[in-house]
Design a protein around this ligand. Sequence first.
Ligand code: COI
Length: 482
Amino acid sequence: MCRARRRRFDSTRASIVARAGVDSTPAGRRARARGCTLRVAIEPRPRWRARSAARASRVARSSARDAARAPQSRATTATTMPATTHATMRATSARATRARTTATATTARARATTTRVAGRRPTRCAVSASSDAAHAEASGAIDWHAMGFGLTTTAYMFKATCELGGEWVVEGVVPYGDLSLSPASAVLNYGQGVFEGMKAFRTSEGELLVFRPDENAKRCEEGAGRMSMPAVPRDLFRDAVLRTVSANAEYVPPVGMGSLYLRPLLIGTGAILGLGPAPSYTFLVYCSPVASYFKGGQLTPIDLTVEETYHRAAPGGSGSTKCIGNYSPVLKVQLEAKKRGFSDVMYLDAKENKYIEEVSSCNFFCVKGKTISTPSLQGTILPGITRKSICELAAARGFTVEERNVSIDEVMNADECFCTGTAVVVAPVGSVTYKGKTVKFCDGKVGPTSQAMYDELTGIQQGKLPDERGWNVKVPKFPISG
Ligand code: COI
């Protein structure tokens, strides 16, 4: 009987899975060399596992920094989800334990870890073992009123790795820090990577809620497929996000003062020279407390200019994937627009240069009477989770919601326009400038529909309004120590 490597568990199928065929993993090659062609998985198991001691030392070799931080072995083996996940993760959170218990060793990073980028005032946060006490401590250290959308680093991030053809190996919650990457890593050379944006909120009852994490897990999975990367199993994605919030609970702003922005990131970290998928991958979730994305604060109307030369995406491209390469190309146009006094840029379709696509970082809606229209998802725009939520909320309020081609002429004649996105939330549009003509909406003030949509969405997210659709996921208090 061959001790072949079990690679994949399909939870929707029978508990006994037998698959024959070519296994291109090193284990598969070794098995074939021993004359074995049949791989048998005889029990349900997740497509990811906690990091075993043997695996730990192998993965640690790939990162000098990690090796330095995680010299101890972890006696943890694969487990079955979901029943034992938390227990197993407790065991595998030895790294997190060390992060807490060896706070003095990691003082520079974990105790006074906060740095701020993007021109914001630097603040520092203390980290203590009790999350409630620590929140109070952090509240005193962070100027929640001064926050915008700059990066405020936190104490912890989540990390898992995967070799091409292998299974995900979970390191769990680890101290936030830089990565060590080969100059030849696929993400640096070929941009093989996708990311997500999501948010956690504090309620007045002191709970922490994450908004629609399963939607992000699904989108990340689809993006991984488009970028030829191994998908992060949805249960692992969700678990990673909740653990990241729990570990960084003190950085979730007080009620109504912002949110903890979460950035799941899946990248090809393995080195490769010729064009092809990376030999290994890293999945991270890091986070930052944030407030308003645009200058002036939430609900300050933004002024948009319509771009006529450059396009964001073309049919058949990767515009609907939240991949790394989708964003840098907008910077050139955005920076020029900002110099001219605009808040951001609106893009038109690449084929006819006539229909709205999206704004650099968010989706677009326009309102005419009781009809709300937004560009349909035809592969060139981001399938925003806030966009989807607003469509549902607007329909429930009696609006006719149309997902279709929305022409720029229509926009110039709309009653009101607004943008949506995880980072942006709901941003009212004060004006749109196209071919030298500027149209102002709602006298440059917040329109009634934007206001209503903002109030309802944020009310649900912050637990102030009933969550009738079950969008919020409560963050358990995961023990940091093992
Ligand atoms: C988000 O809204 O979450 C995004 O990822 C957009 C980004 C450009 C800030």
